[in-house]
Design a protein around this ligand. Structure first.
Ligand SMILES: [Zn+2]
Length: 302
């Protein structure tokens, strides 16, 4: 009987040790602004982290309303990953309300991924209200260049190593294989996109400069007369006149959260190809950052 009791005690101790071991190894809680950043974080952190994203799928990041569920996520986070460039100021509000000391500005749990990005379209003149909803610190849609995806991944790797140094090798190895995968895929994507270098391309909003940069494409105008201002018939007419003067191939490209019909009817008028596509992971079955470019290249070139 004593023996049985002893055995019982041993198994209790065993179970407790397991539980405590699990607690010790519980994954870091990472909260990212979008599923793009979440996907990159998952590539680096694997099962050592638990990742959530504040915004699901493809949304206009200029137009997000914070929700109570987002506050709860930020409150529990060990690491908060944001876009930066003054285009996600709603996250400042979340940080204030969540009162989580780990992710305050300047703490190790606060990561603005834009620091090392070579920023495009930084305004050179003073901005006033007549210029529309300008990207005042430069164009913030930087995740749309896969090379920037590697920069984001490196930032995340470095931060995870600071927060969880015992898994440094794991994070470094994952970064190396992620970066290598991007390099291989980028080569393939660039080959497929090459014929589009000669296209005249009209976009809805200036979402695409980083994408155009990496694939050497040329935007010749936007359907929006000014950033954030919906197309007017007067503006569309002058675009149409300009485009009809040339007989090179044309493409109208729009992020799918903008009204589909406007781009579609305009593309018919100028005899252009039309693509309305999501620009974030999480929409239309796009499951990963690399999958996003697979999708975009497929849709544009089909
Ligand atoms: Zn924008």
């Amino acid at each position: 009987m004593y023996y049985n009791k002893f055995k019982h005690l041993l198994s209790v101790v065993f179970i407790l040790t397991c539980l405590m071991g699990n607690l010790y190894a519980s994954p870091l809680k990472v909260v990212a602004i979008t599923e793009d950043f979440a996907s990159i974080a998952t590539s680096i952190g694997g099962d050592k982290i638990e990742v959530k994203s504040l915004v699901k799928g493809s949304r206009n990041l200029h137009d997000i309303n914070p929700k109570p569920s987002m506050v709860m996520m930020v409150r529990k986070a060990d690491l908060l990953i944001r876009l930066g460039m003054d285009q996600d100021s709603w996250i400042d509000g979340l940080i204030q309300v969540a009162r989580n000391n780990k992710i305050f500005f300047g703490k190790n749990g606060y990561l603005d991924c834009s620091h090392e990005i070579k920023k495009l379209e930084i305004p050179t003149t003073n901005i006033d209200g007549n210029m529309g909803d300008v990207h005042k610190s430069g164009n913030p849609h930087y995740w749309l260049n896969p090379n920037n995806g590697k920069i984001i991944a490196k930032e995340i790797r470095d931060r995870l190593i600071i927060l969880d140094p015992k898994n440094e090798q794991f994070y470094s190895k994952n970064y190396t294989s992620f970066a290598r995968k991007i390099d291989i895929k980028l080569n393939e994507w660039q080959k497929r996109m090459a014929p589009y270098k000669d296209f005249q391309i009209v976009t809805y909003h200036k979402v695409w400069p980083y994408f155009f940069d990496v694939f050497e494409l040329h935007a010749i105008g936007e359907l929006e007369p000014l950033p954030g201002i919906p197309p007017t018939s007067r503006h569309l007419m002058s675009l149409e006149t300009m485009l009809k003067k040339t007989n090179s191939h044309k493409l109208v490209l729009s992020a799918s959260f903008y009204p589909r019909q406007v781009g579609e009817s305009f593309s018919k008028k100028i005899d252009a190809k039309y693509a309305s596509v999501p620009i974030n992971v999480g929409s239309l079955g796009i499951k990963s950052y690399i999958g996003l470019f697979d999708y975009l290249v497929e849709e544009i070139t089909k």
